[in-house]
Design a protein around this ligand. Structure first.
Ligand SMILES: NC(=O)c1ccc[n+]([C@@H]2O[C@H](COP(=O)([O-])OP(=O)(O)OC[C@H]3O[C@@H](n4cnc5c(N)ncnc54)[C@H](OP(=O)(O)O)[C@@H]3O)[C@@H](O)[C@H]2O)c1
Length: 285
């Protein structure tokens, strides 16, 4: 299967390399600038590159639009207007938030459409391609295209996750909570440590082993049994002391502590915390 890539950025580069390593032929690379297209074409060893996607797209059995979410519909529409798509092609985008429907101009030209979202953070081609091995890819779209996507993902050493139509936005919100809010939460912890007298650089270094240990627990013990700490122990005295210190020293963190504490309480109940202790902590929070 020949693959044409449109958008020689972070995700396009990682995917192009991962697909080449999986034995796929990269038919060509198109991008907005000739320079990006040429650089990625050299990296994956193809001589075909262009700043006019419609010229390269017809050579791909699979066309991947790895352009920013905001321009996926317009790039797709422009290629269709210029007669770039052909019957039987699979046309995919990589966005986590957009459904496959935004590729309707390709579908009208007879292509099968696919949304193929790698659940991974891709900063540049080489490390990105390595990370894609073992990552989940979420597939949604025409059944013919989902079948092709599943094979592609397996060949790259990834895992496929299929999503029912209409749930893409909720799905994307979930991943924002997992990744973006996680970063924000670490920032809050570092801010609290600073209030306790620890410099931010040192604070991040100090919590990293704790975070890695927590992630390992999540991998090995799963949910809800990875939860440790005062709430799941039913230690209301410690929670009371936290609340007092926060309201005296850093009241701007109180709401976050309370909100997350209430959610932690739900997880703790699932992990076996008794109702009486939960009620006491809930009242404090
Ligand atoms: N990076 C990630 O971690 C990640 C993870 C999962 C999914 N994704 C998805 O992957 C897609 C691409 O994201 P990215 O992070 O790779 O973005 P990116 O690094 O900014 O790359 C986007 C590329 O698209 C090209 N481009 C922009 N407008 C274009 C146009 N009108 N026609 C042709 N090419 C155009 C840019 O070209 P020039 O360089 O030539 O200017 C750039 O190389 C998005 O849908 C994103 O949601 C990204």
């Amino acid at each position: 299967m020949k693959v044409a890539i449109v958008g020689a950025g972070r995700a396009g580069g990682a995917l192009a390399l991962a697909l080449r390593e999986a034995g796929y032929e990269i038919a060509g690379i198109a991008s907005r600038s000739m320079e990006s297209a040429r650089r990625l074409a050299e990296l994956v060893g193809t001589e075909d590159y262009s700043d006019r996607p419609e010229v390269l797209v017809p050579s791909g059995d699979l066309v991947v639009l790895s352009v920013p979410d905001g321009v996926v519909p317009s790039v797709c529409a422009r290629i269709a207007e210029r007669g770039g798509f052909r019957r039987g092609q699979v046309v995919a985008h990589l966005s986590g938030a957009l459904p496959s429907d935004v590729l309707s101009p390709a579908k009208e030209a007879g292509a099968y459409v696919l949304s193929m979202h790698p659940i991974q953070t891709l900063a540049e081609p080489e490390t990105g391609a390595r990370r894609l091995k073992g990552s989940y890819f979420t597939l949604e779209g025409d059944p013919e295209a989902v079948g092709v996507g599943r094979r592609l993902v397996e060949d790259m050493g990834g895992r496929a996750l299929e999503l029912p139509k209409g749930t893409k936005v909720l799905y994307h919100a979930a991943l924002c909570v997992a990744s973006n809010y996680f970063v924000a939460l670490v920032d809050a912890a570092v801010g609290l440590l600073r209030a306790a007298g620890v410099e931010p650089d040192e604070g991040l270094k100090a919590v990293l082993p704790l975070l890695l240990g927590t992630l390992e627990n999540l991998r090995e013990l799963g949910l809800p049994h990875s939860l440790t700490g005062p709430i799941v122990r039913g230690d209301a005295g410690t929670v009371r002391a936290h609340l007092r210190a926060l309201s005296e020293e850093v009241p701007e963190f109180l709401e976050l502590y309370r909100t997350l504490g209430m959610y932690t309480l739900k997880v703790a109940l699932r992990a076996g915390l008794d109702e009486k202790a939960a009620k006491e902590i809930s009242a404090l929070l």
